[in-house]
Design a protein around this ligand. Structure first.
Ligand code: HT7
Ligand code: ZN
Length: 854
């Protein structure tokens, strides 16, 4: 297990101008011939990466190479003496049918698919498999015409033909690209086709390729793609640059989707959607991921990354772009709330534990372990801070400079910074770079003083960041602080953005009446934790803030304080009592529902159990669960009439309508359904489950029924299974609804589900839907017996043999062990040690388990 360090970066020894690939596709023995035109770029030996390749031929400038002129080892091929310019030809054999890692060329469903990011291309052929080697590709493939009738690759199709039952196609991509963007599909798929004309008049053929029968569920993906193409032209002036844009969907896929140039490959979960099979969240996820991968065409493909340490350069920026796109399609405030909810639940959590790393890490063992919420979501927050600091116009100008100066090249985080700095030459923004270098979530406190004589108001902000692994000392961050000073009615006396860049900094506002309240970090203007707000202040902001995000956040923080107090009381043996202030705040939220139903649905949701855990010295998962459930039940009881009327009022939405208002109404209706069920009234859920054809409503009802052991639960789960047993994405929901359930028997049921005939370890979606969902069910996963930990450990060890990427990701469920009581600590640590003791453990799982252990 040898670490790769950012500090050791050296430019490639050879650059590749052109790549010609020929695939003779057979499931168990595919031949790959590669012809590379190389030229020297720096001093050194020629080393090409290669893994699990059987070398059949090697030729240099057309002449076979003698055995003594090259060497092979598990990492690749070294050729001892080469001229400064030459052609290297290799023929290798690979086995796609045995490739269960799902990286490189593998078989899934009806055919062959590739996944090359980050280091899968080296499993296809010998190549300098690093993103700063950009070349032009020409690809020829041949396959059985009946079994694999569709042959796709990057760029444009040049020619095709058929002879003796095998057919072939030739594709060429005119744009230079790194090997991680190479793609090939040979499968029995059908296309949904459409077209798009770019602003400058380029005609683009669009195709979404899916298994026969799934074409009826592609309409939303296609509409989303066209909206995203238009949005990027309008917002950033970025047009598509090829004549073809294809998306192929595959059901065995390690991640969500992949932005291969001109041929995106997608997990079916982010393509297929119909109101009968997909929830509103699924619809939104399809739109988001389609947009995200499309946006990569410029931020990732045309401008790529110099090395994998720069991963956030493309991912953080592209997440920011997809967040902005989604905010423009629906409600910006609700989108921001959902994004911050995710950031806090995942990234803040990682930042506070042994897996914390900066947005640009300094070292890794296995790059696949670094596709994290820190790289993606925190990276997007950093881009957002640039925009807040610079203003929208200057930011767009900075983006233009960035694309212009780095087009067709492999860039760094510094290149992005330089472009942004060039757009605001009057300001020095260097300190923003600390967000890329320092891990950890800053904690900010505020102090306020008012001097009536001079009518001046002083706000003093202080920031500190706790040490993270390998970084004991932290320097202050530069952060934009969007603030509002409010009068007693909640009107803004003043609203502006402060630049906070010291450990302690005071801001004085002159000629101002004493504000009734200060609203800080509006719209979550920096990824920090704001501490020390009084409950009175939070209650005021929850009721009155003009900034919708902060209004939501104030209620969340208020509820967090109340629930934590109740947890302490519960631990003390006291009887539960519902807090009057929380009851009033939730009642007021419900009363205001007509103003914005989608926002109300968000505001009604109490802080997650995991967020409450993050605030405790020693996490008590049972007490947290008991108190949160008691609170939901008490609120459901106390507000029953209002909840019932809200349920009926928002219940009449057209099930096929997926517009923002329709989704908002359904979200609100189902939030009330959850409160009613929590208070013991499951009749509504039962009725809804049996009388709807809309998956959002059906699943919301099933979620409630799954919490309550008994006949209704069993009947509902059986009927759902019988209806959807042949629709994998819906069957995933059946697994995850049971894994997330609050029922007392969840652990035993999940144990049984791991032996269910429909549970497949080979399919990452299925693994995530059962094991991933269960490990996020805090109260059940952390069962005091340790059986939840053992279940996870067993799965990690089994998966590590077939798919280390997925195995390693599951390990993070055990990384928070230090936060629990000593009995749980011992059990969790023992699981990590059991994993690490396995002989032949992959470096993926080794890195995660050893870092988690600390
Ligand atoms: N750039 C991609 C990241 C990715 C990936 C995709 C599929 C399978 C394995 C993968 N490893 C990394 C997806 C994206 O962020 O857009
Ligand atoms: Zn991405």
């Amino acid at each position: 297990h040898i670490p790769v360090n950012l500090a050791d970066y050296t430019p490639p020894v050879f650059q590749v101008e052109t790549v010609e690939l020929e695939f003779d596709l057979h499931p168990a023995a595919t031949l790959v011939r590669s012809r590379l035109r190389l030229h020297r770029h720096a001093a050194g030996q020629l080393h090409l990466n290669g893994r699990k390749l059987k070398l059949r031929e090697i030729l240099l400038d057309g002449e076979p190479l003698g055995d003594n002129l090259y060497s092979l080892d598990p990492s690749g091929l070294t050729v001892f003496e080469v001229p400064d310019e030459f052609t290297l030809e290799t023929l290798v054999e690979i086995n796609p049918a045995e490739n269960t890692e799902l990286s490189g060329l593998y078989m899934s469903g009806s055919g062959f698919f590739t996944q090359c990011e980050p280091e899968g291309f080296r499993k296809i052929t010998f190549f300098p498999d690093r993103p700063d080697v950009m070349a032009r590709y020409r690809v020829r493939m041949s396959a059985d015409a009946k079994r694999f009738p569709v042959l796709l690759s990057n760029g444009n199709k040049l020619a095709e033909g058929e002879e003796y039952g095998r057919h072939w196609a030739e594709w060429e991509d005119p744009h230079p690209k790194p090997s991680y963007l190479f793609a090939l599909v040979a499968a029995d798929l059908v296309a949904v086709k459409d077209e798009f004309t770019t602003r400058s008049g380029r005609h683009v053929d669009l195709g979404i390729w899916v298994e026969r029968g799934d074409e009826t569920r592609c309409g939303h993906a296609m509409a989303s793609l066209k909206r995203a193409m238009l949005w990027d032209e309008d917002t950033f002036g970025l047009e598509y640059d090829l004549d073809v844009f294809n998306i192929a969907a595959v059901s065995d896929f390690n991640a969500g989707a992949m932005e291969n140039k001109g041929l995106n490959i997608f997990n079916t979960a982010y393509v297929l959607a119909s109101s009968a099979t997909a929830t509103d969240t699924d619809f939104q996820n399809v739109e988001r991921v389609i947009a995200h991968e499309y946006f990569h065409n410029w931020t990732g493909d045309r401008v790529t990354c110099r090395d994998w340490f720069q991963l956030s350069l493309k991912e953080g920026l592209t997440v920011f772009r997809d967040q902005e796109y989604m905010a423009d399609q629906f409600s910006a405030a609700v989108k921001r709330i959902a994004d911050v909810r995710l950031l806090r639940a995942t990234q803040f959590r990682d930042d506070a534990g042994p897996l914390a790393h900066p947005v640009r890490p300094a070292s890794y063992l296995e790059i696949n372990n670094f596709y994290t919420t820190t790289i993606y979501e925190k990276g997007a927050e950093v881009v957002r801070m640039y925009r807040t600091l610079m203003g929208r116009e200057a930011f767009r100008h900075g983006m233009e400079i960035y694309i212009r100066d780095n087009d067709n090249s492999a860039a760094t985080v510094e290149d992005f910074f330089n472009a942004m700095q060039a757009a605001v030459p009057e300001h020095n923004i260097w300190q923003i770079m600390r967000w890329y270098e320092q891990a950890g979530t800053p904690e900010v406190t505020a102090e306020e003083t008012y001097d009536p004589a001079s009518r001046s108001f002083t706000l003093t902000l202080r920031q500190t960041t706790k040490p993270t692994p390998g970084q004991d000392e932290k320097h202050p961050f530069l952060m934009p602080v969007a603030i509002g000073l409010l009068d007693a009615e909640g009107r803004d006396l003043l609203s502006e953005t402060l630049l906070f860049h010291k450990a302690e900094q005071s801001f004085v506002f002159a000629d101002i009446d004493q504000p009734a309240a200060v609203s800080l970090f509006r719209g979550f203007s920096a990824p920090i934790k704001l501490k020390g707000q009084s409950r009175e202040r939070l209650a005021f902001l929850a009721a009155k803030d003009t900034d919708l995000f902060n209004r939501w956040d104030a209620l969340q923080q208020y509820a967090t304080a109340v629930l934590l107090e109740a947890v302490a009381a519960h631990q003390d043996g006291q009887v539960f009592r519902l807090d009057d202030g929380l009851l009033e705040a939730i009642a007021a939220t419900l009363r205001e529902a007509p103003r914005d139903p989608a926002f109300t649905a968000e505001a009604l949701l109490l802080p997650a159990e995991s967020l409450l855990a993050d605030e405790m010295g020693v996490v008590d998962p049972d007490a947290i669960h008991a108190v949160r459930e008691a609170t939901r039940a008490a609120l459901g009881e106390a507000l029953r009439d209002r909840l019932n009327s809200t349920y009926w009022e928002y219940g009449k939405v057209d099930p096929a309508d997926h517009s923002g208002p329709a989704m908002g109404a359904r979200a609100l209706k189902n939030a009330t359904l959850a409160y009613l069920a929590a208070s013991g009234d499951a009749s509504r859920a039962w009725e809804q489950f049996n009388n709807t054809g809309n998956m959002t409503d059906r699943l919301a009802a099933l979620t409630q029924l799954a919490d309550l052991p008994g006949e209704k639960r069993d009947t509902a789960l059986t009927s759902f299974y019988e209806t959807w047993r042949n629709t994998p994405l819906v069957l995933d929901k059946w697994f995850s609804v049971q894994a997330r359930a609050n029922a007392a028997d969840t652990l035993e049921r999940v144990q049984a589900l791991t032996r269910h005939e429909a549970f497949e370890l080979r399919n990452p979606n299925r693994v995530r839907s059962l094991i991933g969902a269960f490990s996020a069910n805090q109260a059940k996963f952390h069962n005091a017996s340790g059986a939840g930990y053992r279940l996870l450990g067993d799965m990690v060890l089994r998966l590590d043999e077939t798919n280390p990427q997925i195995a390693a990701r599951l390990v993070s469920g055990l990384s928070s062990w230090r936060r629990f009581d000593t009995a749980r600590q011992d059990l969790m640590r023992a699981e990590l040690e059991r994993i690490l003791a396995r002989e032949g453990l992959s470096s993926n799982t080794y890195e995660m388990a050893s870092k988690a252990l600390g």
